[in-house]
Design a protein around this ligand. Structure first.
Ligand code: ZN
Ligand code: ZN
Length: 416
């Protein structure tokens, strides 16, 4: 499928009111035809050879010396920020005096060569069609940018609003809290928009994000999580959360389409006219479109998904279970008391995470983090109960081993 057709098909996936923000690729393509016509007729009139194809093997590109003529193409920005494409043709000719003017605005730069008179003339050519092409392209980009800014404001307001409702249904005293925790845990595992922290891969494309989101929503459906939500407000919040993800997929699609259309149309411009704009164009537009959708994905995370506590954020680095009776060492690392006691018995005196010298050795009951302890008790009662049971079992196993060891050494057991 041709790109012009493909972009029209993709645009149909977007909401009706977004259509004015899709770059009109076909229209710009027509403009390029006009640039070529104007270029040919102008150069013919000025008796200058047309710019050579920069991609031709061994052929010099515009700006390079080609026989007696040098063609330089530049896209300049004036003090008002308006972009102007300009062609400057430098012609060197051996001419007997008087010199023959090539164009009205030619600026002769005479130089005497041996055996005759060599003259250099610089002719500035401004093509109307080329100007129109860039005016239109930049207008589309500017319009898209403004729309993005407006949309981002409204989107973030929606996220905040939903965040307030979410806070109400995810209070640890409410039934739905545990269900929400599970929903968001699965959402994070699905890596819908971003990859996990420290992963250098870029943000998901619209297609990837859409596919991963659909898989996540399907999973929620399959395991019946949504049905376990009791509060009617929870159902509304879930629908709102789904919609935010789909809206983000749309914005990402619009962005991708426009970025691709811009790249392609500039490439076509350069190929047809042999006037190379590709290297100069990105510097003229200071718009990083990917930043916008990244900010939207970040808003979802910061205000919704990341707000509901997850047990994974409170694991002891030694036993990888919830840090029950958490001890905060002087280096600020947190472990469960049980692990610190065991480490100390095994003569591990430095912090197992950062190796802070003597941090374990100096830990005492004063290092117990009561605020964290109460937080964990409130938000993870089930995990805490399970962990307490395990620790109890661990302690009684230790005691049994101690008794067996004592008996083996012929000591009388003081317990029995
Ligand atoms: Zn531990
Ligand atoms: Zn440490």
């Amino acid at each position: 499928m041709k790109f012009g057709k493909a972009i029209e098909t993709s645009a149909r996936e977007l909401p009706e009111e977004w259509q004015p923000y899709v770059i009109q690729y076909k229209l710009l393509k027509k403009n390029i035809k006009q640039i070529v016509c104007e270029l040919e007729s102008t150069f013919q009139r000025l008796n200058i050879a047309l710019p050579a194809d920069p991609d031709e093997a061994g052929g010099p590109g515009p700006g390079a010396d080609k026989g007696p003529e040098t063609i330089a193409y530049s896209i300049e920005k004036d003090s008002d920020g308006v972009v102007h494409p300009v062609i400057r043709v430098k012609v060197r000719r051996q001419t007997p005096p008087p010199a023959q003017d090539l164009a009205a605005d030619a600026a002769p730069d005479g130089a005497a060569g041996p055996g005759g008179h060599e003259e250099t003339q610089v002719t500035t050519v401004r093509l109307e069609a080329d100007q129109l092409f860039f005016d239109q392209l930049l207008e589309y980009i500017g319009r898209m940018h403004q729309f993005g800014q407006r949309y981002s404001g409204a989107y973030c307001a929606n996220v905040s609003h939903l965040g307030v409702e979410l806070a109400a249904v995810t209070s640890p005293y409410k039934h739905d809290y545990e269900v929400w925790r599970e929903i968001f845990r699965l959402y994070m595992d699905a890596e819908v928009w971003a990859h996990s922290e420290g992963d250098a891969r870029p943000m998901s494309t619209s297609e990837e994000g859409h596919r991963r989101f659909a898989k996540f929503a399907q999973h929620i459906e399959t395991i019946g999580l949504a049905q376990r939500l009791r509060d009617p407000m929870s159902a509304r919040v879930l629908m709102g959360f789904y919609k935010l993800n789909l809206d983000l997929a749309h914005m990402r699609l619009l962005q991708e389409m426009n970025d691709q259309a811009t790249r392609k149309i500039i490439k076509k411009h350069d190929k047809r006219t042999h006037l190379v704009a590709k290297a100069q164009f990105p510097q003229l537009i200071a718009i990083d479109t990917a930043t916008l959708t990244r900010a939207l994905a970040q808003a979802i995370h910061n205000n919704l998904v990341g707000v509901v506590p997850q047990v994974d954020d409170h694991l002891c680095p030694m036993c990888l279970s919830i840090a029950w009776k958490p001890l905060r060492l002087e280096c600020r690392h947190v472990f469960c008391s049980r692990c610190i006691v065991k480490a100390s018995r095994s003569r591990i005196f430095d912090c197992p995470v950062c190796r802070a010298r003597g941090a374990v050795y100096r830990a005492s009951v004063a290092n117990l983090d009561y605020a964290l302890l109460n937080f964990l008790k409130l938000y993870f009662p089930r995990e805490i109960r399970e962990r307490q049971r395990d620790i109890q079992q661990d302690i009684s196993d230790d005691d049994s081993r101690a008794v067996v060891a004592a008996q083996a050494q012929g000591h009388h057991c003081i317990v029995m």
